[in-house]
Design a protein. Structure first.
Length: 273
């Protein structure tokens, strides 16, 4: 099968395009990666080539031999739908977990996403928790970014404030969200910090930069990003009205919700204000 005809590739392209349409991917902002299922690798294998092994900038022994579909460094999400073979790439991790090679895509040259260390290390963490995790998505979510200038950069505060803004939030992300203080992007240190949070959460906000989301499939991961960003948009509007909250969802309300929806909402997010 041609790579671009595979269902997971079509879904990947659709997800990237949906993010572009929502305004989260100015220029080359954001990146997306998918850990490909073995059957899907087999289905496209005849169209894969073997590139040179390169240093992955990290060590991911838990991902030895895995294949990933990833966006390319410096490529624009805007162009993914039109030209997937230029903007995307399939990479293979070697049997040491230290190197990768390009086996498809980036036909006009280039490298996988500049955030490859964070993507790979997040995949490794999530795979160890549950093998169903396959998608890591980084977007420049306008309203979540805006909030990192005015809220304390604490997991408890971000989680609680987002939960209050939309009742679906505690159901969609009951474990909460993590916050990484501003750090230089693209490297190993920010990847380590993000991974620590990904052990606990499916969402990690990079202060003054963007958001990482993890999930089992494209719809769930995109939906998670979208839900959090929508709640952030509501909070930005509430704060912009300048009158504070006159009423909101209270800790006892969250407790009622947790019973009816059978979700476990950690006490540390239900603090008294
Ligand atoms: O340019 O979003 O974090 C891609 C990015 C880097
Ligand atoms: Zn970014």
């Amino acid at each position: 099968m041609r790579v671009t005809e595979a269902e997971f590739v079509k879904k990947f392209i659709k997800t990237a395009d949906d993010g572009w349409i929502l305004g989260w991917h100015e220029r080359n902002g954001g990146n997306l990666s998918y850990r490909i299922k073995p059957d899907d690798v087999s289905a496209v294998k005849e169209n894969l080539k073997e590139g040179e092994w390169r240093d992955a900038g990290t060590y991911v022994p838990g991902l030895k031999g895995e294949f990933f579909l990833v966006t390319g460094s410096g490529k624009f999400f805007k162009n993914v739908k039109e030209d997937p073979e230029d903007t995307l790439s399939i990479i293979e991790i070697d049997d040491t977990g230290k190197r990768y090679r390009i086996v498809w895509g980036l036909v006009n040259g280039g490298r996988p996403t500049s955030e490859l260390p964070t993507h790979l290390m997040n995949h490794e963490v999530k795979k160890a928790i549950n093998d169903k995790y396959r998608v890591i998505y980084h977007a420049h979510t306008t309203n979540l970014i805006a909030l990192t200038f005015v809220l304390p950069l604490e997991d408890e505060v971000f989680t609680r404030e987002l939960w209050e803004m939309a009742t679906e939030c505690p159901v969609v992300f009951p474990d909460g969200v993590g916050v990484v203080p501003w750090m230089v992007p693209g490297g190993y240190e920010i990847a380590v910090k993000t991974c620590e949070l990904m052990k606990k959460y499916d969402l990690a906000i990079w202060a003054h930069h963007g958001t990482f989301a993890a999930g089992f499939d494209f719809d769930l991961t995109f939906g998670l990003m979208h839900t959090a960003e929508k709640a952030a948009e509501i909070l930005v509007k509430v704060l912009s009205m300048g009158m504070g909250k006159k009423q909101t969802v209270e800790p006892e309300d969250f407790k009622k919700l947790s019973k009816v929806f059978s979700v476990d909402l950690p006490e540390r997010f239900l603090y008294e204000k």
